[in-house]
Ligand binder design. Structure first.
Ligand SMILES: *[C@@H]1O[C@H](CO)[C@@H](O)[C@H](O)[C@H]1NC(C)=O
Ligand SMILES: *[C@@H]1O[C@H](CO)[C@@H](O)[C@H](O)[C@H]1NC(C)=O
Length: 299
């Protein structure tokens, strides 16, 4: 069902083998939405969050048992990811890996704001230098591969996803792909534990360009990473945040009701109210899955 398209990116790239085999993954059951009218989300959306978390987890793993054809970037400042096609869900998924190496950590450290200039984008407002450079290093390949896939598979939708630093890169890639592909191609962004990525004008631009309904920025309980690049540095989050304010509690708190769909980029009733910004285990667990370290959290 899944076809993985490895990025061929540079002389230093190491392309892993591409294997295709049918996979058993959760599929959203859109016929049975379970909506908590107070704070919850639908069961189908929760299943989507589980699925895209798996993509993010797979992006960290050197050997997923399941196919995970991808190229490795070894150059400082560059980033690894992969593109996959799901012929069951009719979607092309672009996944960016998060912090994994010292090089990546240095990228996170590139906190200066830089005007958002990328493939098809030349704006005066600013984004995180490290995330921008990471995406710009692969932008031509990502856009070319996605366009080729869309020619062969018209009507598919585009998913852009990433965890942690990879979420920041995904938040740069999504508008670039939106511009490159045109409005007719459905495109959705799913990030998990994403740091603030740009200034307030960038946040507004994201909401207007992609549509708040197409943006899903998940924050798990007290994950400090989404908050650690402070607004005082000139940064702001965009909507829509989905704050999992609690883990599910058997018989008391159903999974769908652990999610609060927030309002605006910096909803004071959501993760913006957190006051500690440490890297902790909750950053590595999204939707009940241990990202990166659990070998079963693979595609
Ligand atoms: C989807 O939900 C319907 C209604 O609750 C149920 O009958 C069906 O078995 C579900 N399908 C899957 C694949 O879970
Ligand atoms: C971006 O736009 C400015 C102002 O129009 C122009 O001077 C500059 O050359 C453009 N940069 C790129 C990379 O297109």
């Amino acid at each position: 069902m899944y076809t993985f398209v490895p990025w061929v990116l540079s002389a230093l790239s190491i392309a892993t083998s591409v294997v295709a085999s049918p996979l058993a993954v959760p599929v959203a059951n859109s016929t049975s939405p379970v909506i908590d009218v107070v704070t919850g989300i639908t069961s189908a959306l929760f299943d989507d969050f589980i699925l895209y978390t798996k993509y993010c987890s797979a992006s960290y793993r050197e050997n997923c048992a399941r196919p995970v054809g991808r190229a490795l970037f070894n150059e400082p400042g560059h980033i690894t990811g992969f593109i996959a096609r799901d012929d069951g869900r009719l979607e092309i998924v672009v996944t960016f890996r998060g912090t994994h190496s010292v090089d990546d950590a240095l990228t996170v450290g590139q906190l200066a704001l830089t005007p958002f200039i990328s493939r098809g984008i030349n704006e005066t407002f600013s984004v995180h230098t490290g995330f921008l450079n990471s995406y710009n290093g692969v932008a031509d390949d990502v856009i070319r591969i996605v366009k080729e896939q869309l020619v062969a598979h018209p009507g598919y939708r585009i998913i852009v996803t990433g965890h942690s630093l990879g979420g920041g890169v995904a938040a740069i890639a999504a508008p670039s792909l939106r511009v490159a592909l045109g409005d007719a191609v459905p495109l959705k962004l799913y990030t998990f534990g994403q740091p603030r990525t740009g200034d307030p004008s960038y946040a507004t631009y994201m909401e207007d360009l992609l549509g708040e309904q197409n943006i899903h920025r998940s924050v798990h309980t007290t994950d400090g990473i989404p908050g650690f690049i402070f607004p005082s540095l000139g940064y702001a989050h965009f909507a829509t945040e989905y704050w999992q304010y609690s883990d599910p509690i058997p018989f008391l708190l159903a999974r769908e009701r652990t999610i609060k769909k927030c309002v605006g980029g910096e909803d004071p009733a959501c993760s913006a109210k957190l006051t500690t910004f440490a890297l902790s285990s909750v950053h590595w667990t999204y939707y009940g899955q241990e990202i990166s370290s659990d070998p079963t959290v693979c595609l």
